[in-house]
Design a protein. Structure first.
Lengths: 114, 111
């Protein structure tokens, strides 16, 4: 069966520090991968999605970037964090080439910027 | 704009009663709809989905109803249990693999 892992679960970082959040998927090949941010008590905002290695689409202009160095690895990064980057970051995957499939989420990383 | 939203931000239901969570969508081109459950501190968990060529689909204790005429989606949970306490999101997509999420409804179970 397919599984998705995100780490760390929680992270506290000072303003101006770099960021690297990692997401890996097991049990499937060439998945579509997604990064979302969820503000407290709010819905999910799509940040990036990827349909293959090295292929990244950005949905909103921001201080963050994403990379996909391997088929089942998706990384969310920042060179210098801002206070507004605080939030709950979720990674998700869906099967490629199959329309009308749900996305499956990891358990997220709660990022607090001080 | 095209969006998916929810009528009620919070729903309180007596344990053992049925819960009905509603959702309105505005994009008539959407052809696939999903309900997710999100417990505190966790990622959204897939509950049930429905394609636009159907108007009802049942799972274990859950039923999703789709009314395309009025662009309305609902999730019914039978015999609500304490473990059903969570935020429930509806979501829509129209074949481009990008899912648009509603803002969520918090389901609170009364003892």
């Amino acid at each position: 069966s397919q599984t998705i892992h995100q780490w760390p679960a929680t992270l506290v970082q000072p303003v101006g520090s770099p960021l690297s959040l990692e997401c890996t998927v097991e049990g499937t090949s060439n998945p579509n991968l997604y990064w979302y941010r969820q503000a407290a008590g709010r819905g999910l905002q799509l940040l990036f999605y990827s349909v293959g290695i090295g292929q990244i689409s950005s949905e909103v202009p921001q201080n963050l970037s994403a990379s996909r160095p391997q088929d089942r690895q998706f990384i969310l990064s920042s060179k210098k964090l801002l206070l507004s980057d605080s939030g709950f970051y979720l990674c998700a995957w869906s099967p490629t080439g199959q329309p009308n499939q749900p996305q499956h989420f990891g358990d997220g990383t709660r990022l607090s910027i001080l | 704009g095209e969006s998916v939203g929810l009528h009620l931000p919070t729903l309180s239901v007596q344990e053992g009663d049925n819960s009905i969570i509603n959702c309105a969508y505005s994009n008539s081109a959407s052809d696939y709809f999903i309900w997710y459950k999100q417990e505190s501190g966790k990622g959204p968990q897939f509950i049930i989905d429905i394609r636009s060529n159907m108007d009802k689909r049942q799972g274990q204790r859950v039923t999703v109803l789709l009314n395309k005429t009025v662009k309305h989606l609902s999730l019914q949970i039978a015999a609500t249990q304490p473990g059903d306490s969570a935020v429930y999101f509806c979501a829509e997509t129209n074949r481009d693999d990008k899912i648009i999420f509603g803002k969520g409804t918090r389901l609170h179970i009364l003892p």
